[in-house]
Design a protein around this ligand. Structure first.
Ligand SMILES: Cc1ncc(C[n+]2csc(CCOP(=O)(O)OP(=O)(O)O)c2C)c(N)n1
Ligand SMILES: [Mg+2]
Length: 342
């Protein structure tokens, strides 16, 4: 078994060996991945039923999201997720009920009380920082937060998530460059799913890997199999430790795939073949995690069924709860938009 903070060595079959995750924790991670999958499937149904205006989800990204967020220190580290990161937020402590309240724009929703677009997550006590809708703008928050951490002598890491399309923006360049110069504790975490809506990665970057871009900024970049829960967990743990030890930022790239359209407004048949989607579905991160857990004696088929039933029940509870809550009152529409008189 390798040490938890060692950079994982790649072999043909993935990472060399798994790290100090005990069986209970492995099942917990698996449960979170499965819950993320089920709740996102439900979101699409709710949107089609006319109960939600818009759904944008990340089925296929669960290992990248849950694996990375679970390797961070809750209450200490900061995350700046993007719209596809439900799995990140779930792993970092946002509850299913909170996620559903936000998705259904209810007054009690913790992120904006029904004012923001759905999936613009934030929660102060969990150190989940809200992003804006323009692609890549969240990247700049991370060096700012990390700079404050460094100046104050704290060992807090800021982790910002984004897609490969966002790496073509000016914000990516400015954020990574600044963090590199000042050796800031930032993990730039790219979920490379090969597409920015309909635009394939080869049309927006001339390098093969997003991680290759790191060298141009003088920092280390690492590509991972983003559908491998263990590899993502271990690599993120290593990167966070590097940050805590003052060794500056890291660019991590999780190669993955969204097995669903970009959003409820997208028809992905226009730009990718069904065969391609089928091929990636065979590498489903949840199936792979299940196989890994069973092979390593962390779970049995019966345990899996129990976990699935519990996750489905938790999703049902969250949907029922949120549907029963009121929308915000119209007269509160401008709250938090303009400063209030003291
Ligand atoms: C500045 C800007 N341009 C365009 C859009 C429309 N848009 C929303 S998501 C998206 C694709 C982003 O792709 P990527 O960064 O790879 O993330 P993914 O959605 O694939 O996870 C685009 C172009 C936007 N929100 N902001
Ligand atoms: Mg993408």
């Amino acid at each position: 078994m390798v040490k938890a903070t060692e950079k994982p060595a790649r072999t043909k079959r993935g990472v060399a060996s798994h790290i100090g995750l005990d069986n209970e924790r492995l099942v917990e991670l698996y449960r979170t991945m499965l819950t993320a999958r089920l709740v996102q499937e439900r979101m699409f149904v709710l949107q089609r039923q006319g109960r939600a205006a818009f759904a944008i989800t990340g089925q296929g990204h669960e290992a990248a999201q849950v694996g990375s967020a679970s390797a961070l220190k809750q209450g200490v580290d900061w995350i700046i997720p993007y719209y596809r990161d439900l799995g990140v937020c779930l792993a970092f402590g946002l509850t299913l009920r909170e996620i559903m309240l936000d998705f259904l724009a209810r007054a009690e929703g913790p992120c904006s009380g029904g004012r923001q677009m759905p999936t613009h997550w934030s929660k102060r006590d969990l150190r989940i920082v809200s992003g804006s809708s323009p692609v890549g703008t969240q990247i700049l928050h991370a060096p700012g937060i990390a700079w404050a951490s460094k100046v104050r002598g704290l060992k807090e890491v800021a982790v910002v998530y984004f897609g490969e399309g966002a790496t073509s923006t000016g914000e990516f360049h400015e954020g990574v460059n600044f963090a590199a110069i000042h050796k800031l504790p930032v993990i730039f975490f790219c979920e490379n799913n090969g597409y920015a809506i309909s635009e394939s990665a080869s049309k927006q970057m001339a390098v093969r890997n997003v991680a290759d871009r790191a060298r141009g900024y003088g920092i280390e970049g690492t590509s991972m199999d983003g559908n491998d829960l263990i590899e993502v967990y271990q690599t993120t743990l290593w990167a966070a430790e590097e940050c805590r030890n003052g060794r500056g930022p890291k660019l991590l790239e999780a190669k993955t795939y969204r097995i669903v359209p970009h959003s409820s407004d997208d028809d992905d048949r226009r730009y990718r073949t069904r065969e391609e989607v089928q091929e990636w579905s065979k590498k489903d991160p949840i199936d792979r995690a299940k196989k890994y857990l069973i092979e390593h004696g962390a779970m049995t088929e019966a345990d899996d069924e129990a976990v699935r039933a519990e996750a489905a029940e938790a999703v049902r509870d969250a949907v029922d709860y949120a549907l029963g809550q009121p929308y915000p009152e119209p007269e509160t529409a401008l709250l938090h938009v303009y400063a209030e008189d003291a």
